[in-house]
Design a protein around this ligand. Sequence first.
Ligand code: SAM
Length: 281
Amino acid sequence: MNKKTPPATPRQLDKSDFRRLSTFIHNTFGIYLPDRKYYLLQNRLQPRLKKLGFTSFSDYVDYVLQQDKKGEEVFEMIDVVSTNKTEFFREKEHFDIFQNELLPCFYGQYIKTWSAGCSSGEEAYSLSMVLDEEKQTGRIAGFMVYGNDISQSILNKAVKAIYPFDQAKSIPPNYRHKYLLRSKDKENPTIRIVPKLRAKTRFVWENLVGEHDSMPNDFQFIFCRNTLIYFDQETQLRVVDRLTKHLASGGFLILGHSESLVNRIPKGLKLYSPTIYKKEI
Ligand SMILES: C[S@@+](CC[C@H](N)C(=O)[O-])C[C@H]1O[C@@H](n2cnc3c(N)ncnc32)[C@H](O)[C@@H]1O
């Protein structure tokens, strides 16, 4: 029996529209989409076209680049294009080094920490848990954790701070008891971060490729993990350079385990360990 070839969907991205859109995304948000990401972009955007009633990608790309004067669709588009994978205490060794080696350099101080590219907030709340513990022992005077992202829907999740119950697994047991509320819903159990930590964690829409105007300039710690990986090398260095300006003297920049800048350490930073940099005093 002859198998019929499925009809081509009218909503297919052609190569020139892919290039127009990927160039725009790269210039605006730093995210580098090489040709091999063609299907990813097409598949992630197809539901947007359907929702808005566009039958051709060309029209959609024209709309995003030229007609969407308020820029609203740009935000919707980047929402679906960004990759938001994260978890509590991801790359746990960083949290151990943070608590046991780096934080003691600032004992007695009020600690400001930035989760740059925070996704749904798990990294920021993990930091808040460690910092709250340190505050309770009196080793630090207090703390605030900031988080930023370019995806508004993911930031809304971060602010709500409600997560599937399963995600509690990566949180150390002593923190689970202190910092999580459990839902009573047996079919769809969730956890929520306690109000005390939510009040110490602030989320803002901010583009790392921009000027970071709303962020303080005296962070002792900036965690920018698993975000630079989406940028090309030149953008990575530009972003690291800007982040460095927001570090207090002697402050630390912590990158993801696959994001070392070993052979190209930006001005003003010293290598502390393969993924940790210290701002020169
Ligand atoms: C894979 S998540 C990493 C989350 C967390 N830092 C971690 O390590 O688990 C990367 C996040 O960076 C955000 N992102 C990508 N480009 C960005 C930009 N130009 N400015 C701010 N956030 C960005 C994405 O929306 C995504 O939520």
